[in-house]
Design a protein around this ligand. Structure first.
Ligand code: NZQ
Ligand code: ZN
Length: 386
């Protein structure tokens, strides 16, 4: 196990009706709020009205930035930064899924930076400070509600890039599973695949002797397998939605990655695919994950895959390699059982821009850590996923 410094500072208010605490939470940071949300789902299921009621009862001054798209655009971030400057905003409140929360974080950093917020994503500038962010989560998937990451797309350059900073971790997050009852089946499934993939990225690590982290990770894998199908079958199943919501946060708040090195090659590839084709993040991951697994499986990585197959899928053949392969097969079948497409072709990706996507995946000369991948490896994985 590697050395680490534990710091997960987000205050989480979990469960039914936690919105009653919103006014108290905002008051800790000021009175002037920028409310950020997407295309209107929060209006349809009533959350918007609850937020506005809180604003009015507490005499907060509030401005709104709506229309944040899935795969959030730098254009929205720039608009939000302008609102913060014009209205002397104290806190950004994000109400939505990962896209809305990521956009809010980028606005929060951009508001205190004397330049274009895209600089953070191209590594031209570092996030050194930010306005406080609070979130009300409406889709279980990314873990953005409890981490310091933001992923933003730039349509002009066809890039989708991440930034990570402790300054961006939300100060508080309201996690009410009832707010996810209205998430449609395709987004519910994509969210489960995203959670599953975050666990994979941290579980399949070259660092050994991380028994406790591995068992924690397995608990989250199993939560996806147990409750993903149930949430699809019965969207208002509180226990299913609650378990998935907490799995989303624990899956990527830092806990599983402490003391080890993550892989993240699948995420690099998916971000490149969605930068070019604007596909749903979780869908891209579900398609790529089994192909990545097959590609990196070898005698060196076998032990991890055998543990995974045994502990998650109860597969146990005499031969280790056979066990590992069956575990990978079960992974693909699981995503298919959630009705997620299994090829990139099904979501409109063709072979015309394979080189481009492979190139855009390479945030470094080699990506991944379980097996380091060069651009030609990435191209092969994308090719078989077509
Ligand atoms: O636009 P709205 O109205 O918000 O509708 C959204 C959107 O259409 C809808 N939705 C959300 N909650 C709903 C709902 N519809 C009905 N009822 C509800 N309660 O779902 C659609 C997708 O929303 P989005 O926020 O895009 O989904 P998700 O949470 O999966 O976020 C995906 C984005 O996060 C990034 C992804 O790359 C992608 O851009 N990621 C962020 C990470 C992070 N910050 O740590 C890590 C991840 O690996 C990921 O890269
Ligand atoms: Zn993800």
């Amino acid at each position: 196990m590697l050395n680490f410094e534990y710091n997960i500072s987000t205050r989480v208010l979990f469960g039914r009706g936690q919105i009653v605490n919103l006014g108290k939470e905002i008051t800790r940071y000021g009175k002037r709020v920028l409310l950020v949300y997407g295309s209107g789902s929060i209006k349809r299921f009533g959350l918007y009205d609850e937020i506005i009621k809180t604003m009015e009862e507490n005499s907060f001054v509030y401005k709104e930035l709506s229309g944040v798209k899935p795969n959030p655009r730098i254009k929205s971030v720039r608009s939000g930064v302008q609102i913060c400057r014009d209205h002397n905003i104290d806190l950004i409140l994000a109400a939505g899924g990962g896209s809305v929360i990521d956009c809010a974080k980028a606005i929060a950093a951009g508001a205190l930076y004397d330049g274009d917020p895209w600089d953070f994503f191209t590594r031209t500038a570092q996030v050194e400070k930010s306005l406080p962010v609070g979130s009300i989560l409406t889709l279980s998937a990314t873990g953005s509600e409890m981490n310091g990451n933001s992923v933003i797309s730039n349509e002009e350059t066809e890039e989708k890039l991440p930034v990570a900073s402790e300054h961006l971790r939300p100060k508080f997050s309201i996690l009410d599973p009832c707010y996810t009852f209205s998430v449609p089946p395709d987004q519910t499934a994509a969210g489960v695949a995203d959670i599953f993939s975050h666990v994979c990225e941290q579980y399949f690590s070259p660092v050994k002797d991380t028994y406790i982290q591995d068992r924690l990770a397995e608990a989250i894998f199993k939560t996806c397998v147990e409750y993903g199908p149930l949430a699809l079958k019965d969207p208002e199943h509180y226990i299913a939605r609650a378990n998935l919501m907490w799995a989303s946060s624990l899956g990527l708040n830092g806990l599983l990655g402490y003391g080890k090195m993550g892989d993240w090659a699948t995420h690099c590839m998916e971000h490149a695919v969605s930068a070019v084709y604007d596909i749903t993040h979780g869908v891209g991951l579900a398609i790529l994950t089994p192909h990545w697994m097959n590609y990196v499986l070898s005698d060196t990585t076998l032990e991890r895959f055998v543990n995974y197959a045994r502990n998650i899928w109860d597969v146990d053949c005499k031969d280790g390699m056979e066990t590992a392969k069956q575990g990978i097969e079960r992974t693909g079948e699981f995503f298919e059982s959630l009705d997620i497409p299994s090829t990139l072709g099904e979501v409109g990706v063709d072979d015309k821009r394979l080189d481009d996507m492979a190139g855009k995946s390479m945030l470094r000369p080699e990506i991944g850590s379980l097996k380091k991948l060069k651009v030609e490896d990435v191209r092969k994985i994308l090719q078989v996923a077509l």
